[in-house]
Each structure stands twice: as C-alpha cells, then as structure tokens.
Write a protein that binds this ligand. Structure first.
Ligand SMILES: *Cc1c(COP(=O)(O)O)cnc(C)c1O
Length: 390
C-alpha cells in the first residue's frame, strides 16, 4: 500500500511520552534509596501501597512481584487437590494459566464470545466437571467480561471466581460496577505495558480474610513472621521490593486520570467509525481501554499490514495462537519428561470462536492516554481508508 507514512509516530509504552513516569516517581525512588531499606519485609512502602489499593477497591490487597505472581497467589489460595481443574479463557497472557500448572492443576479452556473475546458463560458452565474448583475470568483488553453471569455460575457450582484485571484497571460493568469486586480474588499487573507500571509488579485483592492470609503466606515462603521462623504452608518468595512499591504508589495515584484519558480518546474513535457497517466496534460502557479491539471483515493480517503502511501500528489476532496451542499444552513435557498434571490433549478446534478471532477477525490497536484528538483523527482516517479498500 502506498500511503504517506504518518509522522511523528504515536507515543508508546517503551518511551517517556507514552508513560506517566515523572518527578513523583523519581522522588519516591530516591526516598527509598536514601532509607537503605529496599526489602518490603522491613520497609513501609509496600504496606502503604497495599493500603492505598485497599482504599481504591474496598478489598484487602497483597502486593507481589508480578501479575503472574498475583494469579499464583490466587490459585494457590484455592487450595485444590493435584489434578483438579480450573476453567479459563484461551485468549490471554500466559500468566493467566502458568500458575494453574505450577499448582499441579489442569487448565480447562472454555470458548469465548466472537465479538469481544471474553469468556462465554454458557461454554464455561458446560465445561464444569466434578473436578472443577475455580474459574479465572479475564477482562480482555479492558472490556468487562460477563462477570455477573460468571459469578452466578461460580455460586451455583460452589467454585471460586478469580478475576484477572491485569488489562482492566478501573474497568466497570456496563452498569458502572467496578471490575475486581465480583471475584473472590482479583489480580492486577504493573508490568511495563499495563495502564500503570513499575516495570513489573502485581496486586491481588480479596474481601475474604482467610483468602488474604493464604495469599500473604504464599507470597512470603509460607512464613507467618508474627509466629517466629515457622513455615506453615508451601510458599515462594513473590515479594514486591520497596523501590517498586514506591513507584507503584505514585502510579496508582495517576490511574484514574490515565483511564479517563484513554476513555475519552477511545470514545472519539468509536464515534468516528460508527458508520462503517462492516467493522465490529467495541462497546464503550465500562471499558478500560488497555488496547482498542476491532472485529474486521476479510483478513486481520492484511488489515495490520495496510494500517502499518499508513503509520498506524496494529496487531492481528493479539496472540499468535490460543494458549492451548502452545507447546507446553500441545505435547511438550511440563515437569521433567512428564506431562503431569495434564491428563488430556488440547487439539486444534477446541475453541473455534477463539481460533477464528486470532486467525481471522481480531485486530487490536495499541492505546495510550497520551494520544491527542489529532492522533485519533488520523487513526480514524487510516482505518476508513483501509476499510474502503477491504
Ligand atoms: C500482563 C498480564 C498478565 C501477567 O502479568 P505480568 O505482570 O506480566 O506477570 C496476566 N494476565 C493478563 C490478562 C495480562 O494482560
């Protein structure tokens, strides 16, 4: 395609212009360095971050080293038996499923809604067996999963519900209820690409004091430090450091503004494309806009190439393959030479809606709070041009 390449490039998450890291974070890091206490066991930053997360979400918070670690705390807190099953989505970061395997559980993949990529509650309920113990729902790209229906299913079958909110900071349902308050546990990430970042880092929240205790123990070697040098359960070291917590506290103060600006620009783009009948546009209600997803006619890879020629970055399919098509599920050993705990094959065709989204229909645009109205006008123009040629 022979378009004029757009200049300058849009701000992205690997440069200062596309992140909200400034004087506050710099001051916070120096404060911790000057204190010489960098470990959260002995400092106050991480505990203060947890208190601030608690104030934001109205749930107890446990800080840890990554979003994957937060999900690991959550899955460990379910305390299922080896070989038990956890139902989740095939379209997510690998961090959603790695903790299930690490706790010797079997991930069971339910298919997704073909317009949003979020878990289809009907498919989730159909996947329940006597060994199912939990559901992990991901709010994909920041769009609310059907969390009310999933909560009802979990209650009906006596399962724990874990919300993966890594992409959905301050996302809500269409009715305006905060995501992260439906699950027994909800998990957040502070990785470089998320709404707010400390490079890496995670938070798990819960309203249940017992689950909070279990997660806190797993985060710190099963060690209840109030009781002396005693290890009550299996746990790892998933502690957040004080340097990370100090940065995360500054970022948490900015998250509402970040999400608000992403929403304003995303709603501008949705309005600018509303007349393009062939495009599937995301529902704006409650969306946190980690990325901007579209359902496109024709071939999503061709769309991504044509947009790149216009200077607009876009990813076809988000993933290269559904999670279950990765070697660790599709035949490679999990531990040593063993496939344990996996007791089944995960074949192509397992989740047809997810496969079709990834291979054919899903296009995602990077999204950023620093996009201007002019940036969004230009994104809309490029999409209209590619649409006209589709
Ligand atoms: C980023 C992400 C994770 C993992 O978080 P890390 O901090 O990278 O470990 C898990 N789930 C989803 C949906 C994510 O987007």
């Amino acid at each position: 395609m022979s378009g004029t390449v757009r200049r300058p490039p849009l701000p992205g998450v690997l440069e200062p212009a596309g992140r909200t890291i400034g004087a506050e974070e710099r001051e916070a890091v120096l404060r911790v360095l000057d204190s010489a206490v960098l470990c959260s066991t002995f400092g106050g930053e991480t505990r203060a971050l947890e208190a601030e997360m608690e104030a934001l979400y109205g749930r107890s918070a446990v800080a840890c080293s990554s979003g994957t670690a937060a999900l690991h705390l959550a899955v460990a807190a379910v305390r299922f038996e080896p070989g038990d099953e956890v139902i989740t989505t095939p379209i997510s970061d690998f961090g959603t499923v790695a903790p299930i395997l690490a706790q010797n559980g079997v991930p069971v993949f339910a298919d997704v809604d073909p317009t949003t990529g979020n878990l289809d509650p009907v498919a989730v309920e159909a996947a329940i067996t006597p060994r199912t113990r939990a559901i992990i729902a991901v709010h994909l790209f920041g769009a609310p999963a059907d969390i009310v229906a999933l909560r009802a299913i979990a209650d009906r079958h006596d399962l724990l519900l874990i919300e993966d909110c890594a992409q959905a900071w301050l996302g809500t349902t269409a009715e305006g209820e905060l995501l992260g308050r439906f699950g027994d546990i909800a998990c957040f990430s502070l990785q470089q690409y998320k709404h707010i970042t400390a490079g890496d880092g995670g938070l798990a929240i819960t309203a249940d004091p017992e689950l909070a205790d279990r997660m806190r123990l797993f985060m710190d070697k099963g060690w209840d430090r109030a009781k002396g040098r005693v290890h009550l359960t299996l746990g790892l070291n998933c502690r957040m450091t004080e340097l990370i917590a100090a940065v995360a506290r500054c970022q948490l103060e900015k998250v509402a503004d970040v999400v608000g600006r992403r929403r304003a620009r995303a709603e501008q783009l949705v309005a600018a494309l509303a007349d393009l009948q062939a495009l599937g546009l995301p529902a704006v209600a409650g969306h946190a806009w980690w990325l901007f997803p579209l359902i496109v006619p024709g071939d999503n890879r061709r769309w991504a190439q044509a947009l790149a020629a216009e200077g607009i970055p876009a990813m076809a399919g988000y993933l290269d393959r559904p999670l279950y098509a990765n070697p660790v599920f599709a035949g490679a050993p999990v531990y040593g030479t063993s496939r344990y705990p996996l007791d089944r094959d995960y074949n192509a065709g397992l989740c047809p809606n997810a496969e079709r989204l990834i291979q054919h229909t899903l296009l995602v645009l990077p999204w950023n709070e620093a996009y201007t109205k002019v940036d969004v006008d230009e994104i809309a123009q490029a999409l209209r041009k590619v649409h006209a040629g589709a």
